[in-house]
Ligand binder design. Structure first.
Ligand code: UGA
Length: 495
């Protein structure tokens, strides 16, 4: 099939390269000429694992090419995917970009072509979409075209795999009286083994929104549960693992810490709270999800402040800046808010992230933030270490050596990503989220080992049989999303 993808950001570029991988002829269009030139020269505007290779393979096979806005590329397409930005940069939606894009694209499309909107947009706009599009067609003296939506469910950091092997494909029908749009999209996704769900365009838009709201709710739920675990001296990893074997619950997205960031979850929760308020149907649940999420960042700052006694004059090392590993994206990254709060408290904050673009972006965004290009430069002389992003390399740092290079050996692990046993054995005090029970058990074990006492007979936290395998899987998940609580959960069902 011949497809044109408008907008070559995180969503559009993965879509274009993925469609080419499936054998379609794809033209990727972007209004930013520098971006198009860079892509033609083989340089990607974003860091996304596997994307460089996918783009290179598409270009080499001649099934993928990049172009500035081109009427002929649009006229030749059987399907035009639109993946332009929809954020106003201030926590809200904006539809100006997509309206402008549609005004340029829609009149050029062939009469038998299909329009498929991939951008995430407010349900209200999606409801109006068929009228907006076909009014443009009418004005141009052209026939009505199928107006479809095709929301994406890809995560940054694993977008290539999520695109090529989706859990499901959702096709939203805005205007498709003869089923031409549906059959076109089915052909495009024929290589996918996952279920293809066809529904109304507004339903599709709420499916996308609902999925993200649910994920955000799970994270805030885990953060609340972690608070309880700390208060009762329980271990969140055991609790989540125990819960996750229940098929109704599942184990994914229940990792507590500094909360969710990125361009999707925070924005969509905020917008839902705002819009539902405006519609007269307030969403107390989603409002609470947002409140908990912001509290987590403050809790992290408080824990660092408690660890150093006095923020003013303290030197804090922050490990990681991006909102999650395997991306260079700083949008709504908790690190920015955390660094700002620590600096406001009088601390000197020295941060390191493996991604050069994230380092320069954070230095620009947070006045007073010191950014270094090597983890050790941040760590030496620190009064406290805060782990913000669970990059793989942080688990492999020489913690024993670092303990003697810092001023005070304390780590606040904002992602529950490190192994407290190893960290404590290296000489650090470890502070996590919901891991109080685990830390107490480790401390009791260490004390008992010193006195050569059998802890289980002393009434201390016993070392449970599945402990090691659960720990291995959970710490593996923290650093490598290919295994995880989901993997543990999958065991009993054999799924
Ligand atoms: C999210 C969704 O997961 C995708 O399905 C969706 O397609 C995408 O938004 C979108 O709407 O485009 P993404 O923003 O890339 O994807 O990142 P996530 O993997 O969802 O992580 C979001 C944040 O939650 C990160 O800051 C992550 O560290 C945090 N998180 C995640 C937790 O704090 N705990 C968890 O258990 C999981």
């Amino acid at each position: 099939m011949r497809a044109t993808v408008i907008g070559l950001g995180y969503v559009g570029l993965v879509t274009a390269a993925g469609l080419a991988e499936w054998g379609h002829d794809v033209v990727g269009i972007d209004g930013d000429e520098r971006r198009v030139r860079a892509l033609r020269a083989g340089r990607l505007p974003i860091h996304e694992p596997g994307l460089q290779e996918l783009v290179a393979a598409g270009v080499a096979s001649k099934r993928l090419r990049f172009s500035a806005p081109s009427a002929s590329a649009i006229a030749a397409a059987q399907t035009v995917f639109v993946a332009v930005g929809t954020h106003d940069g201030n926590g809200g939606w904006q539809t100006t970009t997509i309206r402008r894009a549609l005004a340029g694209i829609v009149p050029e499309m062939a009469d038998d072509a299909t329009l498929a909107i991939r951008s995430t947009l407010p349900p209200d706009f999606i409801r109006q979409l068929p009228w907006i599009v076909n009014a443009i067609r009418q004005e141009a003296g052209k026939r009505a075209i199928p107006v479809m939506t095709n929301p994406e469910f890809t995560r940054e950091g694993s977008a290539v795999r999520d695109f090529l092997e989706p859990d499901r494909v959702v096709i939203g029908v805005g205007h498709d009286p003869h089923g031409r749009g549906e059959s076109m999209l089915r052909k495009i996704y024929r290589r996918v083994e996952a279920p293809v769900l066809v529904m109304g365009a507004t339903d599709a838009s709420l499916t996308k929104l609902g999925a993200n709201l649910f994920l955000a709710t799970k994270i805030s739920f885990a953060n609340e549960l972690a608070q309880l675990c700390d208060a009762y001296g329980a271990d969140i990893n055991d609790v989540v693992a125990g819960m996750s074997f229940d098929k109704r619950i599942g184990g994914g997205f229940l990792r507590p810490g500094i909360g969710f960031g990125g361009s999707c979850l925070p924005h969509q929760v905020t917008m839902t709270v705002r819009e539902s308020e405006e519609m007269g149907t307030p969403s107390p649940l989603f409002a609470a999800v947002e409140t908990v999420n912001h509290r987590q960042r403050q809790l992290f700052v408080d824990r660092i402040a408690r660890a150093v006694g006095e923020l003013a004059g303290a030197r804090i090392a922050l490990l990681g800046l991006t909102f999650k590993p395997d991306t260079d994206d700083l949008r709504e990254a908790p690190a920015l808010e955390i660094a700002t709060a620590l600096i406001a408290g009088g601390a000197t904050v020295v941060a390191y992230d493996p991604m050069p673009r994230a380092r320069s972006g954070a230095a620009d965004a947070v006045p007073g933030l010191v950014v270094v290009d090597n983890a050790m430069k941040a760590l030496v002389g620190a009064d406290a270490i805060g782990l913000v992003t669970e990059w793989q390399e942080f688990s492999q740092l020489p913690w024993g050596a670092i303990a003697s290079a810092v001023r005070r050996p304390v780590i606040v692990d904002g992602r529950n990503a490190l192994d407290p046993e190893a960290i404590m054995a290296a000489g650090f005090e470890y502070v996590g989220f919901g891991r109080e029970g685990e830390i107490q058990a480790l401390a009791a074990r260490a004390a008992a080992a010193e006195q050569d006492v059998d802890v289980s007979s002393e009434g201390a936290e016993p070392v449970r049989t599945p402990r090691k395998s659960i720990e291995a899987a959970l710490s593996g998940r923290a650093m490598d999303r290919s295994v995880g609580v989901d993997a543990i959960q999958a065991k009993p069902s054999g799924a």
